[in-house]
Design a protein around this ligand. Structure first.
Ligand SMILES: Nc1nc2c(ncn2[C@@H]2O[C@H](COP(=O)(O)OP(=O)(O)O)[C@@H](O)[C@H]2O)c(=O)[nH]1
Ligand SMILES: [Mg+2]
Length: 319
């Protein structure tokens, strides 16, 4: 069913949770009306500071997110949370466990929490997450926290699309090494060793600091990712995390990094939408026929695959 997009956007802008929910559902479901939604949202976006929070399952991302929300709420900031879980069958509201962990914010009108799955859409999370962030941004969230499990390529990619990326580790999970393997050390602007109440926290901090120090020598003025210890379950160290985030934000603004990251993010977003649109056209009946015909000519030795690809793209885009 068609929705009245301008009205929905106007309601979301006034912070109506149901309107925000509806818009994110349109993103999740890859609604044909999204084009109209994004056009309405465009002039309302750019105000949100996007923080990515990533780490292995169980390190305390949701607990930390909730604690961060509390900290930002103390400062009177409006906060949006997007919990991106590709493996989750749930959507349209917080996951069961997260509902408990973030429950204290449930009745706070200054907080919007949403978990998101993507229902097998072609563009996947890389396609949907930035658009959901736009919705929260336009709805007046000053800070948007995006929680992703840092295990898959697309999750790491989403985390790296934030203004500031926080990588969460916990002691005793062999996490440091895992993080290095998954390539998430490179994307971390701020590192958090959570569960500092547990044995081995000191060792994890040392191991991490060591790994971070192994990178190339930094130039003066370069950002040096701090390592913060937290006990998210008790809110300890969370103020220090916010402080590190504020410092990183100030550093980015001073060095033009915030603007360049946002341009890079926008470029990736456009690229993803364009590539997804092309894939969809190839999947359509006409595109599939065209592809079949080209494949036949290739196997007959009448055409090379590059020329075929050029022909396919030209045919699909009408260029
Ligand atoms: N001991 C301890 N447990 C914690 C801490 N933070 C979170 N937990 C627990 O770790 C488990 C996983 O937390 P969760 O936030 O769901 O992790 P996520 O999978 O990364 O989102 C839960 O049982 C939390 O209560 C902490 O600082 N110390
Ligand atoms: Mg979680």
């Amino acid at each position: 069913m068609a929705v009245d997009v301008p009205q929905l956007v106007a309601q979301a802008r006034r912070g109506r949770p149901r309107a925000v929910a509806r818009l994110i559902s349109l993103v999740e479901g890859a609604s044909p009306q999204l084009r109209e939604v994004m056009a309405e949202l465009a002039p309302l976006t750019g105000g949100a500071y996007v923080v990515g929070l990533t780490g292995s399952p169980g390190v305390g991302k949701s607990t930390s997110t909730s604690a961060l929300v509390s900290e930002y709420r103390k400062a009177g900031r409006r906060v949006g949370v997007l919990a991106v879980d590709p493996s989750s069958p749930f959507s349209g509201g917080a996951l069961l466990g997260d509902r408990v962990r973030m429950g204290e914010h449930a009745s706070d009108p200054g907080v919007y929490i949403r978990s998101m799955a993507t229902r097998g859409h072609l563009g996947g999370l890389a396609w949907a997450a930035p658009q959901a962030i736009r919705v929260l941004d336009a709805a007046g969230c000053e800070v948007v926290i995006v929680e992703t499990v840092g295990v898959g390529q697309s999750e790491v990619e989403i985390a790296s699309q934030a203004d500031t990326s926080v990588v969460l580790l916990a002691p005793g999970m062999g996490d440091g090494i895992q993080a290095a393997k998954a390539g998430i050390l490179e994307i971390g602007d701020v590192f958090v060793v959570n569960k500092a109440d547990r044995d081995g926290a000191g060792a994890t901090v040392r191991e991490l600091s060591h790994m971070l120090g192994l990178g190339e020598a930094r130039k003066p003025g370069d950002w040096r990712p701090p390592v913060v210890r937290t006990v998210a379950a008790r809110g300890e160290g969370v103020a220090e995390v916010v402080e590190a985030l504020e410092k990183h934000r100030a550093w980015m603004e001073e060095h033009g990094v915030l603007a360049s990251r946002r341009r890079a993010r926008a470029a990736r977003e456009v690229e993803t939408i364009a590539v997804t649109a092309l894939r969809e056209r190839i999947g359509d009946l006409g595109g599939a026929r065209q592809l079949d015909a080209l494949a036949e000519r290739i196997t007959a030795g009448a055409l090379d695959p590059y020329a075929a690809a050029d022909e396919l793209v030209a045919g699909l885009t009408g260029t």
